[in-house]
Design a protein around this ligand. Structure first.
Ligand SMILES: CSC[C@@H](O)[C@@H](O)C(=O)COP(=O)(O)O
Ligand SMILES: [Zn+2]
Length: 211
């Protein structure tokens, strides 16, 4: 019997998944200068998440720790990601949610700046909209919200709660900062993250070509 309040074998498995995905995303240049954070659900009350400040391009399993769904460290002296609350609020709200990914790609950051005043980026008519779970056609539109940046995580989390109250959401941008995306497991969260990045890049390119 483990004295820990979570299953250590499951933590090891999730940590390996997070490390593998993080290295790939870092190789794309989406996690500059130690930025970005990543998590996966462990069980109904716990999540595995990256330790704060670690170089995401050189992540190892030792850089993954456990928090409860209020963002408190569990059985560790490590400090969790500064943005832990933005992860745990999603696990607490959606019992089937399994993975939350946050990156700082150039495309995401530039798009967040360009569309901050508008408050959202409208993505319409793209085949890749079908990458978002539940969407069946290109013939629709979604609005990716752009929130003002803040170091006040409870305040930022409260804004995210209001967005979630308003309707289905696969992710959001934070102005001058980056993108949050999530899914039922790592594969789905990765698909959403990659679809957002690709579609935001298309919108930026269109504005260059058709100013
Ligand atoms: C290095 S600046 C980026 C951070 O302030 C933050 O936005 C971030 O994404 C990483 O923070 P972390 O505490 O390592 O999870
Ligand atoms: Zn960040």
């Amino acid at each position: 019997m483990s004295p820990l309040p979570y299953d250590p074998a499951r933590l090891a498995a999730r940590a390996a998944e997070i490390v593998a995905a993080t290295r790939e995303l870092a190789a794309l240049g989406w996690t500059p200068a130690t930025s970005s954070n990543f998590s996966m659900r462990l069980d109904a009350g716990h999540a595995a998440i990256t330790v704060s400040g670690r170089d995401k391009g050189r992540l190892t399993e030792a850089d993954i720790m456990v928090v409860d769904l209020e963002g408190r460290p569990v059985a560790t002296h490590h400090r969790p990601s500064a943005e832990t609350l933005l992860h745990t609020q999603l696990y607490a709200r959606f019992p089937d949610l399994g993975c939350v990914l946050h990156t700082h790609s150039r495309t995401q950051t530039v798009a967040s700046r360009l569309f901050a005043r508008q408050g959202h980026v409208r993505l319409a008519g793209y085949e890749l909209l079908k990458a978002f779970a539940g969407n069946r056609t290109h013939d629709m539109a979604i609005e990716v919200p752009v929130l003002p940046n803040s170091q006040d995580m409870p305040a930022l989390a409260a804004q995210v709660e209001r967005l979630l109250d308003a309707g289905p959401l696969w992710g959001y941008l934070i102005d001058g900062h980056g993108l949050y995306a999530w899914g039922k497991d790592m594969a789905e969260a990765r698909r959403h993250l990659e679809a957002f990045d690709f579609l935001l890049a298309c919108e930026l390119e269109l504005r260059r070509l058709q100013p």
